[in-house]
Design a protein around this ligand. Structure first.
Ligand SMILES: O=C([O-])CC(=O)C(=O)O
Ligand SMILES: [Mg+2]
Length: 263
């Protein structure tokens, strides 16, 4: 066995060194925050009463993650927890391993892997360690692996899919800085709610106020849905919408399906 420099018959330090712009530099892109301000646990747990669909609606439909990020493992019940945010370099997951020491029990680790379909960010070993640390789940903007071995762990894992290709463990990356996950900005300490319908992020600043609005909304919505189940509804509002933009409505019975389409 020879090293690369031996094969070139050069001393390891021979020649001019290339300026090492690819070194890992401490600072943005390679940094960790140990904690963040926390919303009380009762408020965080209360979000499990609501579907991610309703929460998304109350946030004007702009805070649900890309629907490709879906439940791949874990019990069917919804989960909620504070976001411990992780950003990884493509092909790497060093910071996902470090997050096992940073996330507090009940936190959901949210991993920004740029939606990569080239490699998995975590597998059964990390998921098993996470159970011991009390982590409430993982949300990954990317892939995971070892799914058959994760399934029996009852560890909620949301991701875009699976791959056998694993990550390197070198860095760089960040923990507990803002990330982009599934098209949504996630700040450390935001409330993540995930169920079979999707994943939604509640900005921490509105955590209490939104809960009140959801409770009020659900009260009125429940009465509406009960009426719908009994066939009591009107579609007049759809016609109002169509009329507002003068949508033409034709009988259609005299149309030749083979005739060329005209303006
Ligand atoms: O290799 C890794 O870092 C990820 C992995 O497969 C595991 O957690 O089982
Ligand atoms: Mg593995």
């Amino acid at each position: 066995m020879t090293t690369a420099s031996e094969a070139r018959s050069e001393a390891p330090s021979a020649g001019r060194r290339v300026p090492d712009s690819a070194a890992i530099h401490p600072g943005p892109g390679f940094r960790i925050r140990e904690d963040f301000p926390r919303v009380d646990a009762i408020t965080v747990a209360a979000y499990r009463e609501f579907s991610t669909t309703d929460i998304s609606d109350m946030l004007n439909r702009l805070y649900a993650l890309d629907g490709e990020i879906r439940c791949l493992a874990g019990p069917p019940e919804s989960i909620s927890g504070l976001a411990c945010t992780v950003r990884v370099y493509l092909g790497d997951n060093l910071m996902v391993h470090k997050a096992l020491d940073i996330a507090k029990p009940g936190d959901i680790v949210v991993v920004a892997a740029a939606g990569s379909r080239a490699y998995a960010v975590l597998g059964d070993v990390i998921s098993t360690k996470a159970r011991h640390r009390g982590i409430a789940g993982y949300v990954v903007d990317g892939l995971i692996r070892d799914l058959p071995a994760i399934t029996p762990l009852d560890m909620p894992v949301y991701a875009r899919g699976t791959s056998a290709i694993g990550p390197l463990h070198r860095g760089p990356g960040e923990i507990n800085y803002p990330i982009a996950c599934g098209g949504v900005v996630v700040n450390p300490g935001d409330i993540v709610v995930a169920d079979q319908a999707g994943v939604v992020v509640v900005p921490q600043a509105v955590a209490h106020e939104l809960l009140e609005r959801l409770r009020r909304y659900l009260g009125t919505n429940r009465a509406y849905l009960t009426a719908v189940q009994q066939g009591e509804f009107s579609n007049a509002w759809v016609d109002e919408q169509l009329d507002a933009h003068a949508c033409p409505i034709e009988p259609g019975l005299d149309i030749d399906p083979n005739a060329p389409i005209t303006g």
